[in-house]
Structure formats: C-alpha cells, structure tokens
Write a protein that binds this ligand. Structure first.
Ligand SMILES: [Zn+2]
Length: 56
C-alpha cells in the first residue's frame, strides 16, 4: 500500500487493518500520522465516556 492509501484509511477509521499495520512497520512518516489519529480517536472516546448520564 502507498502512503496516500494508508492516510485515506486513517481518515476512514480503518487503522487496524493488517495492510495498514504492515505499512506502518516500514514507514515512519505514516507511523507518525497514525499516532496522531490514535490520539484523536482516544480523545473522542474519552469525551464520550465523560458524557454525563441523561437526566431521568
Ligand atoms: Zn507511508
């Protein structure tokens, strides 16, 4: 896979594919991008878990 395809996969949220992981092992540049995306995703998930429960 090429870097462009990998980065499109990041944008689509497909960062756990075997092809993506294989590319990240060989491509420090995409690894840095993947790190950013993981942080973003973790941030979004953190926000979700911090949402207060709905009022009853
Ligand atoms: Zn790459």
């Amino acid at each position: 896979m090429r870097c462009q395809e990998i980065r499109k996969a990041f944008e689509a949220g497909e960062v756990s594919g075997a092809e993506v992981k294989g590319h990240l092992k060989e491509c420090p540049a995409c690894r840095a991008v993947a790190g950013d995306w993981n942080l973003l995703r973790a941030g979004f998930m953190g926000l979700r878990t911090e949402e207060p429960p709905e009022p009853s």
